[in-house]
Write a protein that binds this ligand. Structure first.
Ligand code: AMP
Length: 188
């Protein structure tokens, strides 16, 4: 059973690492960013409401995302475990997640904090070329991360759930460290 939350600034490599680790563990990779991008592409009601926030690098309002995450965690494929990538993004989302997990009698094994310095991030994101990867939007996403999401590092650290991994290393080394971490958690 593996239940992990991936935390870290945009461009830390969360998506890539979470996707491959989830594949290895045979559990879903639940990325709220991917869910929102696909809603935007399909121009669903959610997508139409979320688009302007995403284009500016702001968080979409909690009310658009909370029920969606609860429903996703309740799907049958998430019974054996899950990796959450991009959620929670602020303290109220983290409180909500606590309540949902309690309702489902689940606990999260740990919160992986992928740590990467700002200078490295901006360079990486400029190379990625996603729609919200223009320099002004990147800077705003970093600002939003610092103000709203980074406080979660302390939040989970205090609960002794935080595991920090240096994300500024070769991709394979980060992957190997994550595998070691998961093995350690499984043995407990
Ligand atoms: P990401 O792919 O995780 O970098 O997310 C891309 C964009 O989707 C973010 O800049 C936000 O606008 C939005 N987003 C993703 N996850 C969340 C979330 N948990 N809460 C609010 N907005 C989110």
């Amino acid at each position: 059973m593996v239940r992990l939350i991936f935390l870290g600034p945009p461009g830390a490599g969360k998506g890539t690492q979470a996707y491959s680790l989830a594949g290895n563990c045979g559990i879903p990779h639940i990325s709220t960013g991917d869910i929102l991008r696909s809603a935007v592409t399909q121009q669903t009601e959610l997508g139409q409401k979320a688009q302007a926030y995403m284009d500016q690098g702001e968080l979409v309002p909690d009310q658009l995302i909370l029920d969606l995450v609860r429903d996703r965690l309740g799907q049958p494929d998430a019974v054996p475990g899950w990796i959450l990538d991009g959620f929670p993004r602020n303290v109220s989302q983290a409180d909500f997640l606590d309540r949902v997990l309690q309702e489902m009698s689940q606990t999260c094994d740990c919160v992986v904090n992928l740590d990467v310095p700002d200078e490295v991030i901006v360079g990486r994101l400029l190379n990625r070329g996603r729609k919200d990867d223009q320099e002004d939007v990147i800077r705003n996403r970093l600002e939003v991360y610092r103000k709203q999401t980074a406080p979660l590092i302390d939040f989970y650290e205090k609960r002794e759930q935080l595991e920090t991994i240096d994300g500024n290393q070769a991709l394979e080394i980060v992957t190997a460290e994550l595998h070691k971490l998961v093995d350690r958690k499984k043995q407990r």
